[in-house]
Design a protein around this ligand. Structure first.
Ligand SMILES: *[C@@H]1O[C@H](CO)[C@@H](O)[C@H](O)[C@H]1NC(C)=O
Ligand SMILES: *[C@@H]1O[C@H](CO)[C@@H](O)[C@H](O)[C@H]1NC(C)=O
Ligand SMILES: *[C@@H]1O[C@H](CO)[C@@H](O)[C@H](O)[C@H]1NC(C)=O
Ligand SMILES: *[C@@H]1O[C@H](CO)[C@@H](O)[C@H](O)[C@H]1NC(C)=O
Ligand SMILES: *[C@@H]1O[C@H](CO)[C@@H](O)[C@H](O)[C@H]1NC(C)=O
Ligand SMILES: *[C@@H]1O[C@H](CO)[C@@H](O)[C@H](O)[C@H]1NC(C)=O
Ligand SMILES: *[C@@H]1O[C@H](CO)[C@@H](O)[C@H](O)[C@H]1NC(C)=O
Ligand SMILES: *[C@@H]1O[C@H](CO)[C@@H](O)[C@H](O)[C@H]1NC(C)=O
Ligand SMILES: *[C@@H]1O[C@H](CO)[C@@H](O)[C@H](O)[C@H]1NC(C)=O
Ligand SMILES: *[C@@H]1O[C@H](CO)[C@@H](O)[C@H](O)[C@H]1NC(C)=O
Length: 439
C-alpha cells in the first residue's frame, strides 16, 4: 500500500504537470489579415501573442475547439484590434485571461458554452464591443466587468435569472443588451451610474416598470417588448428623464392610464400586441415630442379626440387591427405634421367628409380591411394623399367620376370590394388607367 504522503506527492506532481501544460490554443486554425491578404495557420500555443505576427492592427478569427481560456492567454498584444472566438465550444474563461490589449475594439464570444463570468474576467478592458450572446450564462459575478469601458455589451440569449449589484462596478457602458434572458427585475442601483443610453430587455419576465429600478438618468432607448407587463403606473417613467424611445409591444397591458407618459420626451412609443381595451383620455397628454405612436393589434374600440390633441409633432399613427368603428370628425386637427395614418383591419363603416379636416398632406393613408360601405366624394378635396388603401372594404360603388374623386391621390388601391354591376366597369377602368399612368 502506498503511503498517504506518496499520494499527496503524486497529486502535487500531477497538478504541477497539468499546470505547466495549460495550452489554450491546441491545433486551432487561426486566421488574420495582413495588407488585405488572408493568412491562415494551425497553431498550438498557450498564448495568442506567440501565434500572430507583430504587424499593426490585426483582426484574428479562431476556428476549432477552445474549451478554456486560461489566465493570460490573451494578454499584452499591442496590435490586436478584433478577436473572433465565436462558436469554439468555449466553456470557461479564467479570470485575467484578457489584459493589456490597448487597441482591442471587438471581442466576439457568442455561440459558446459559457455558464458564468467570474470576477475580474473583463476588468480594465477599454473596447467598443463585447458580444457574449447565445451562451448559457446563468451568473455574472460581482466585479466581472470592473473598471470596464465599452460602447456595447451584448448578453442576449443567455439564461440570466438575476443580475447582481456590483457586476458593473466603475463601468462606462453605452448600450447593454440583455434580451431573451429570464430576468424579472434588476437591483435598483446596478446600472444607475454607468452612463447607459440604451437598454434592451426584450423577451424577459418583467411585470412592471418600477421607477426605483428604472432610474437611469441618461437612458434614451428602453426595449421591454415581449415581457409580462400588465400594469403601467402613473409616474413609472419619472426617473427616465431623457427617454425618447420606448418599446412595450407584446406585453399584457389592458389599460393605459393617465400620468404615465405626460411630460416625457418620448418620440417613439410602441404599444402593439397587448390587450389594450381602454386608453385614458389624457394618456398621451403633454407628449409634445411624440412622433410615432403604434397601438396595432389591441382591442381599442373607439378613438378619443383628446388623445393626440397636445401631441403637435406626431407624424405616424398606427392603430391596425383594433375594433374601432368610427373615426371622429377633425380627428387630427391639432396634428398638422401627421403624414402616415394606418387604420387597417378595424371595423370602420363610414368616414365623414370632415375626418381629415386641417391636414394638407397625408403620405400614407391605410383604411384597408374595414367595413366601409360608403365613400364621401368630398372627403379628400382639401388634402393630398400619396397612397390610399381601401382594399377589402364593403364598397359597392363610389359616386361620381373616380378620376375626380381621387384627383389628389397618387396611388389608390380599391381591390377586393363587392362592386355592384353598374360600378364594376368604372372601377376597373380607373384601376387600369392608373396602372397605365404609372408605367
Ligand atoms: C494536436 O496535434 C498534435 C500533433 O499533430 C497531436 O499529437 C495532438 O494529439 C493534437 N491535439 C489535439 C487535442 O487534437
Ligand atoms: C465570427 O466567427 C463565427 C464563427 O466562426 C462566424 O460565423 C462569424 O461570421 C464571425 N463574425 C465576424 C464578425 O467575423
Ligand atoms: C455548446 O454551444 C453550441 C452553440 O451554442 C451548442 O450547439 C452545443 O449544443 C453546446 N454544447 C453543449 C455541451 O452545451
Ligand atoms: C479607451 O479607448 C478610447 C478609444 O479607443 C480612447 O480614446 C481612450 O483614451 C481609452 N481610455 C483609456 C483609459 O485608455
Ligand atoms: C475606474 O476605472 C478607471 C478605468 O476605466 C480607472 O482608471 C479608475 O482607477 C477606476 N476607479 C476606481 C475607483 O476603481
Ligand atoms: C471610454 O471609451 C470612449 C470611446 O471609446 C472614450 O471616449 C472614453 O474616453 C473612454 N473612457 C475611459 C474612462 O477610458
Ligand atoms: C402627470 O399626470 C399625473 C396624473 O394625472 C399628475 O399627477 C402628474 O403631476 C403629471 N405629471 C406631470 C409632470 O405633469
Ligand atoms: C381582445 O380581443 C381578442 C379577440 O378579439 C380576445 O380574444 C381577447 O380576450 C380580448 N382581450 C381583452 C382584454 O378584452
Ligand atoms: C388644439 O388646437 C387648437 C387650435 O388649433 C387649440 O386652441 C387647442 O388648445 C389645442 N388643443 C390642445 C389640447 O392643445
Ligand atoms: C355613419 O353612418 C351612420 C348611419 O348611416 C350615421 O348615423 C353616422 O352618423 C355616420 N357616422 C359618420 C362619422 O359619418
Amino acid at each position: 500500500m502506498r503511503s498517504l504522503l506518496l499520494d499527496v506527492l503524486i497529486c502535487i506532481l500531477l497538478v504541477k504537470v497539468s499546470k505547466s501544460e495549460k495550452i489554450t490554443f491546441e491545433n486551432v486554425t487561426v486566421r488574420w489579415r495582413v495588407d488585405n491578404e488572408l493568412i491562415e495557420s494551425v497553431a498550438t500555443s498557450e498564448s495568442l501573442k506567440k501565434i500572430i505576427p507583430d504587424v499593426t492592427q490585426v483582426s484574428v478569427h479562431i476556428l476549432g475547439h477552445v474549451p478554456i481560456l486560461y489566465e493570460k492567454s490573451i494578454f499584452d498584444i499591442p496590435n490586436l484590434n478584433r478577436l473572433n472566438l465565436s462558436n469554439v465550444g468555449l466553456e470557461e474563461i479564467e479570470s485575467q485571461a484578457f489584459g493589456n490589449l490597448p487597441p482591442l475594439e471587438n471581442l466576439l464570444l457568442s455561440w459558446n458554452n459559457l455558464t458564468q463570468i467570474e470576477t475580474d474576467t473583463f476588468s480594465d478592458l477599454n473596447v467598443s464591443n463585447v458580444d457574449l450572446s447565445f451562451n448559457s450564462i446563468t451568473l455574472l459575478e460581482p466585479g466581472a466587468f470592473k473598471n470596464f469601458n465599452a460602447s456595447i455589451v451584448s448578453l442576449d440569449s443567455n439564461r440570466l435569472t438575476e443580475l447582481l449589484s456590483g457586476v458593473f462596478e466603475n463601468v462606462t457602458l453605452g448600450s447593454l443588451s440583455l434580451s431573451d434572458n429570464l430576468l424579472h427585475t434588476i437591483p435598483p442601483t446596478a446600472l444607475s451610474s454607468i452612463g447607459l443610453t440604451k437598454l434592451y430587455l426584450l423577451g424577459n419576465n418583467f411585470e412592471e416598470i418600477d421607477p426605483e429600478v428604472f432610474d437611469l438618468q441618461e437612458l434614451v432607448s428602453l426595449d421591454l417588448d415581449y415581457n409580462s407587463i400588465k400594469l403601467l403606473r402613473p409616474g413609472g417613467l419619472r426617473n427616465l428623464p431623457e427617454l425618447k424611445k420606448l418599446w412595450l409591444s407584446g406585453n399584457e397591458l389592458e389599460e393605459i392610464p393617465e400620468g404615465v407618459f405626460n411630460n416625457t420626451k418620448l418620440i417613439y412609443l410602441y404599444l402593439a400586441a397587448n390587450n389594450i381595451v381602454k386608453i385614458a383620455s389624457k394618456a398621451f397628454e403633454d407628449m409634445s415630442a411624440l412622433r410615432v405612436l403604434n397601438i396595432d393589434f389591441n382591442n381599442v374600440t373607439h378613438w378619443d379626440d383628446n388623445w393626440l390633441s397636445g401631441a403637435k409633432s406626431v407624424s405616424e399613427v398606427s392603430v391596425r387591427y383594433n375594433l374601432i368603428t368610427e373615426i371622429p370628425d377633425e380627428v387630427f386637427k391639432n396634428n398638422s405634421h401627421v403624414t402616415s395614418i394606418n387604420f387597417q383591419g378595424n371595423k370602420i363603416r363610414n368616414i365623414s367628409a370632415k375626418t381629415f379636416y386641417k391636414l394638407e398632406h397625408i403620405g400614407y393613408l391605410n383604411l384597408a380591411n374595414n367595413e366601409i360601405d360608403n365613400w364621401n366624394p368630398d372627403l379628400l378635396v382639401d388634402v393630398s394623399v400619396g397612397s390610399l388603401d381601401l382594399k377589402e372594404n364593403k364598397l359597392s360603388c363610389i359616386e361620381g367620376d373616380l378620376e375626380t374623386v381621387f384627383r389628389n391621390v397618387e396611388i389608390t388601391h380599391l381591390e377586393n370590394n363587392p362592386w355592384n354591376e353598374q360600378c364594376v366597369k368604372k372601377v376597373e377602368e380607373f384601376i387600369m388607367n392608373k396602372k397605365l399612368d404609372v408605367s
